[in-house]
Design a protein around this ligand. Structure first.
Ligand SMILES: [Zn+2]
Ligand SMILES: [Zn+2]
Length: 249
């Protein structure tokens, strides 16, 4: 996957794709830090991993170590519960805005959720209640495969899974009259499904070719203009994209 080529095709995404590059570098660094291990009963990083995870984060995103000191302390002394993150981001910051702080915690939690996913092994299972079976997150993006099966994808732990063909995966209401479709000429292969029952929306990948070209998380990033369109219409994104972005306006 050539990010340079995607930047050429979509110059308006250059900054976001550069962030994705840093994020990929961070993931590569933390993968090499420790062996895959079970995090079932742990709500946060074990003490010996806090320093290496923060160092990898600080160098990958070029965020000075000092500005992360308060967050590191909160993590060390149990002030942050990563396992509860999909539902709620806790702890305020004096250094960063609320949005930035949420994004940083989301990104720094990535190794935790990836280990959680590896330890549970629930890839491609059925998401009965529309929530990720590994981490309970609301799906970040959906897709329809060639056979018309609907898949959901979790941006916290990167687990994909199947869900019923119709209905809103956020509030689980199934009246199709409350679901509307938005498409954009420049975003072929994608559409937005909005829900008038809960006010949220989810983007859906409607062409299998998109997933041959990009992994789920990158497909979510390249279709960012659709987030803007949906949010301009007043709909809410209920789960962040892989870079921790939820509010795009
Ligand atoms: Zn998950
Ligand atoms: Zn809904």
């Amino acid at each position: 996957m050539d990010l340079g080529k995607i930047k050429e095709e979509r110059p308006y995404l250059a900054d976001t794709l550069s962030l994705y590059e840093r994020y990929s570098g961070f993931k590569a660094l933390v993968y090499n830090l420790v062996e895959v291990r079970a995090y079932h009963d742990e709500k946060c990083y074990p003490p010996e991993l806090i320093e290496p995870v923060f160092n990898a984060f600080s160098s990958s995103f070029e965020i000075p170590d000092e500005s992360l000191a308060a967050l590191k302390d909160a993590m060390r002394f149990g002030g942050i519960n990563l396992s509860g993150l999909p539902a709620k981001i806790t702890a305020a910051s004096e250094t960063f805005s609320e949005n930035e702080h949420e994004g940083i915690i989301f990104l720094i939690s990535k190794p935790y959720f990836l280990w959680l996913r590896h330890s549970r092994g629930l890839n491609k299972s059925f998401w009965t209640d529309g929530r990720c079976p590994v981490c309970r997150s609301i799906p970040s993006v959906a897709s329809l495969d060639a056979e018309g099966k609907r898949q959901l994808y979790c941006s916290f732990c990167e687990t994909p899974g199947y869900f019923s063909r119709l209905g809103c995966p956020v509030c689980l209401k199934s009246e199709t009259c409350r679901i509307n479709i938005i498409e954009a000429e420049d975003e072929a292969g994608f559409r937005v499904e909005t829900c008038d029952s809960c006010g949220s929306y989810i983007k859906s990948i409607t062409s299998p070719e998109i997933l041959n070209k990009y992994p789920f998380d990158l497909a979510d990033i390249v279709s960012l203009p659709l987030d803007i369109i949906a949010q301009e219409k007043g709909y809410r994104r209920s789960s962040p994209n892989t870079l921790g972005m939820k509010k795009m306006l």
